[in-house]
Design a binder for this molecule. Structure first.
Ligand code: SAM
Length: 258
């Protein structure tokens, strides 16, 4: 895993430290171990986990709104190498909604150790796995929240409290906007990782984005080393508070998308 990941990351323009590579390796071991007991992922081969889970999650880093923006390129991550020491990311708070086995939240935390990370999922057994990962990898400043985004997004401890919300493989974009935008502070970002249907989903989500106080900030394509499938990162900026009627009660966003 270590050499595979090192190679993929270098191709992608990211140079991980030995400590980060060891943390990813331990994360992989725990993923395989716990996958025997609870359903975490269908992808288990080391090359696939390295690329489709780890590097794919790390691709979100290129859109994170660091305060020292001049050092963070906004185009394709593969066009540069991160100068991690130069980045001022220590105060960035991020909630990963429907994190499952920790994607993209945990890889981003390994990349940026000072990130204030919250992992949210409605399945408690996945959070137990994530607690083991946080402990074994000695990650600090990680909160694990069990619940549905529709409920947690109404609580004052979480509503409009985060610089960034992320989501990968949770729902279509119009549904996701209702689940994720309530968490985001004004001027913060919701970043959705999407596949081949990104453009269609974006068209479909226009009304939801506006109703929930957002506007499209960026839509960029992502190319992972050696893969031809189409991936995109859609970043939505919060420009107005989300009206108090949203999110609607659990299940409604999915049943009746805005
Ligand atoms: N983001 C991870 C990834 O990319 O591998 C997990 C994807 S998994 C297909 C979707 C996850 O979202 C599941 O763990 C599920 O429990 C969680 N989920 C779905 N709807 C949710 C909701 N309304 N609130 C919180 N978690 C939710």
């Amino acid at each position: 895993m270590i050499e595979l990941l090192r190679g993929y990351c270098l191709e992608f323009g990211l140079e991980l430290s030995e400590l980060q590579l060891r943390q990813f390796n331990r994360y992989y071991e725990l993923l395989l171990e716990w996958n025997e007991k609870i359903n975490l992922t269908a992808i288990t081969a080391p090359n696939e986990v390295a690329l489709k889970h780890f590097v794919d999650s790390l691709s979100v880093a290129q859109l994170l709104p660091f305060s020292n923006t001049s050092t963070v390129p906004k185009k394709n991550i593969s066009a540069f190498s991160f100068q991690l020491s130069a980045l001022n990311y220590s105060s960035l708070s991020l909630i990963d909604v429907g994190t499952g086995a920790g994607f993209p939240g945990i890889p981003l935390k390994i990349l940026f150790p000072s990130l204030k990370l919250t992992l949210l999922d409605s399945l408690n057994k996945r959070l137990k796995f994530l607690q083991a990962v946080v402990t074994e990898l000695a990650l600090s400043d990680v909160a694990l929240v069990h619940g549905r985004a529709e409920e947690i997004g109404r609580s004052s401890n979480h509503r409009e409290c985060y610089d960034v919300a992320t989501a990968r493989a949770v729902a279509r974009l119009n549904v996701l906007c209702e689940l994720c935008l309530p968490f985001v502070k004004k001027q913060g970002l919701f970043i959705a990782q999407k596949g081949a249907a990104a453009a269609d989903e974006l068209l479909e989500a226009g009304r939801a984005i506006a109703l929930l106080g957002g506007e499209l900030a960026q839509n960029i394509s992502v190319k992972l080393p050696g893969l031809d499938d189409s991936r995109a990162l859609i970043a939505i900026r919060k420009i107005k508070p989300t009206p108090s009627a949203y999110p609607r009660q659990a299940g409604t966003p999915e049943r009746k998308p805005l």
